[in-house]
Design a protein. Structure first.
Ligand SMILES: C[S@@+](CC[C@H](N)C(=O)[O-])C[C@H]1O[C@@H](n2cnc3c(N)ncnc32)[C@H](O)[C@@H]1O
Length: 237
């Protein structure tokens, strides 16, 4: 068993988890470590750190107020599957689309979802700035999640066009969250969104600041957003 302290760490984080869900995290962790030998997926490879900094951290974004049963979720810039795979393990009714610009990472996630028996997965390969202009994805998702993808003013422009009116964009952020929020005020206004709440989170054994920002989509995002690749980063709203 790779995650030998898994049960204790989830309990410390007050995450109620079944034996089956623990087994699925074990499967995912083993696949992640194995694949990481040949593909750049994560710098975190020690078992307790994987549990805390990837699995438990990902789950901090789950709040049932924002995730209705069976909700459609887009995990933008999912990488090695964070927060998407932990959400799929704990809430397998959610319909999660794993979205990344790197196909290899999506291939890995396809194998993971098969191994853990998660049947509600979809995979989207492309750039956030481009796929949002396709009719089938625009304002389609109940929830969009993103962890460690871009600064909030840029991320808001990439993510909010995918969120349906009344839906939520959830950004998992670190210590710079206040500064990012301040800098994103204009972007949120332009894109038709408002900050609903900011929840401070702590992780077992760590003192790092973690903030989960819930942003409500209140009206349509103007069609010109997101702008072409690299524009938002160079010239954020
Ligand atoms: C630093 S990783 C974070 C991965 C994961 N969310 C996590 O928290 O571990 C950022 C991911 O976002 C993807 N990404 C970056 N820019 C993107 C874009 N414009 N559209 C889609 N994916 C993007 C990258 O390929 C990478 O997998």
């Amino acid at each position: 068993m790779f995650l030998c302290n898994g049960k204790t760490l989830f309990a410390e984080a007050q995450v109620a988890i079944s034996e089956l869900q623990l087994e699925k995290f074990e499967t995912f962790a083993q696949m992640l470590i194995e694949k990481n030998r040949v593909m750049n997926l994560t710098a975190i490879t020690e078992a307790d750190e994987v549990t805390v900094k990837h699995f438990i951290d990902s789950l901090t974004c789950y709040d049932e107020t924002f995730f209705a049963a069976g909700a459609s979720v887009l995990d933008l810039g999912t990488g090695a599957g964070f927060p998407g795979i932990p959400l799929a393990i704990m809430h397998d009714d959610l319909k999660i689309t794993f979205f990344d610009s790197l196909q290899k990472r999506l291939n890995f996630l396809r194998d993971v979802t098969t191994a853990i028996g998660y049947k509600n997965a979809s995979f989207l390969h492309g750039r956030a700035e481009e796929e949002a202009h396709k009719k089938e994805f625009r304002e389609f998702f109940d929830v969009v999640t993103a962890r460690a993808v871009a600064r909030l003013p840029v991320l808001a422009e990439w993510a909010l066009p995918y969120v349906k009116i009344g839906g939520t964009f959830i950004a998992l952020k670190g210590a710079a969250y206040e500064e990012e929020l301040k800098n994103a005020v204009n972007a949120l206004k332009i894109l038709g969104a408002e900050v609903e709440s900011v929840q401070m989170k702590s992780l077992p054994g760590l003192t790092d600041i973690r903030a989960v920002i819930y942003i409500k989509k209140v009206k349509e995002s103007p069609f010109e957003y997101p702008r072409k690749p690299k524009v938002a980063a160079k010239n954020p709203l």
